[in-house]
Design a protein around this ligand. Structure first.
Ligand SMILES: Nc1nc2c(ncn2[C@@H]2O[C@H](COP(=O)(O)OP(=O)(O)O)[C@@H](O)[C@H]2O)c(=O)[nH]1
Ligand SMILES: [Mg+2]
Length: 314
């Protein structure tokens, strides 16, 4: 244990927020393409603000509110409910994970406790909102609940930029999968509820203010694609999970062979990753307003196309 006074230049911070069990940690894992954040059913699994930062070597630290730092030996420690209980995490304690992930070269990612589980978790989640430069708010595939509306009000009051994901899109319809109309009805209802309160999220996938997705499908499809390069035993396990997902949600109508890339496409996760990877983080840090950011984006695009044209014509 010791007091860590190292300070590195601050990167933009993306925080994932929402009520309990909506898929926040699943989104973090999809973005990192690795199971770094504990996920699960029935219990509050994310017990403290958890930061993911770029690092050559994997390291898991617990930074107490008073500045003391403890190193956890294994990344699995944050998955172990007993170990986490032993650590007796307080509201201002943070878990910091360093790992080698491309997205983390640009930004830090913050996973937060659910906003309606316990008072301590709510306060920790709001500390995360305060710190973030951009937020992804995950809401359930239904009318916005009171805690969700409260969280969105807090975000609006703090004038934060945020995107809204409607997760578990399969729950908007029958088991065989929702129709496009059902999905767009849910998104339109969420969108108009926010508009009526003067709240405007940022768009994903070009123009959609509210983005439907299924992070469970994305996670399993990514897992399969990731394991294609690994041992055959893990690949078989991943295939079985995919088969289960496809049977359970009755979504592969074309035969017994799971199609991970089709499942990934159906999950609608890729435009989320694309939006975050191409987000003009630099302008955000420079404190530009929304129209200046749009202009900056257009200039960046023009610049990269010009470079491409020049390199082709050389
Ligand atoms: N059916 C379904 N389950 C999901 C989806 N996304 C995540 N989950 C599951 O929901 C549970 C809670 O997810 P988690 O990421 O821990 O939620 P958090 O509490 O918001 O961080 C986990 O068991 C996930 O596997 C989804 O799109 N559909
Ligand atoms: Mg979580």
């Amino acid at each position: 244990m010791g007091t860590d006074t190292r300070s590195s230049p601050r990167k933009p911070l993306l925080a994932v927020v929402g009520t309990f069990q909506q898929g926040k940690s699943t989104l973090v894992n999809c973005l990192l393409d690795d199971p770094y954040a504990p996920t699960g059913k029935g219990v509050a699994t994310t017990r403290a603000l958890t930061y993911f930062r770029f690092g050559e070597a994997e390291e898991v630290r617990l930074r107490r509110g008073n500045g003391d730092v403890e190193f956890l030996e294994r990344r699995e420690d944050i998955f172990d409910a007993e170990r986490i209980a032993e650590l007796a995490l307080a509201e201002h304690d943070r878990i910091e994970v360093s790992c080698w992930k491309p997205l983390l070269r640009q930004i830090d990612v913050l996973d937060t406790p659910g906003f309606n589980a316990q008072e301590q978790d709510d306060r920790a989640a709001l500390l995360g909102v305060d710190e973030a430069d951009l937020l992804v708010v995950i809401v359930g595939a239904k009318e916005l609940s009171q805690p969700e509306l409260r969280l969105l009000d807090e975000i609006h009051r703090r004038r934060k930029r945020y995107a809204v994901l409607v997760n578990c899109l399969e729950k908007t319809g029958p088991a065989a999968g929702p129709s496009d109309d059902q999905v767009s009805d849910i998104c339109a209802a969420v969108s108009s509820r926010l508009e009526s309160k003067g709240q405007r999220p940022i768009a994903i996938g070009g123009e959609h203010a509210i983005w439907p997705c299924n992070l469970l499908w994305a996670w399993h499809a990514l897992g399969h694609l990731r394991r294609e390069a690994d041992s055959s035993c893990e690949r078989e396990e991943a295939l079985q999970k995919l088969r289960w997902i496809e049977q359970h949600f009755r979504i592969n109508h074309e035969g017994p062979v799971p199609r991970p890339s089709a499942l990934l496409a159906r999950s609608q996760f890729l435009p989320i990753r694309e939006m975050l990877e191409s987000y003009p983080w630099r302008s955000l840090q420079a404190g530009l307003n929304e129209s200046e950011i749009i202009l900056q984006r257009a200039v960046d695009l023009w610049d990269s196309e010009l470079r491409h044209a020049l390199s082709v014509s050389r």
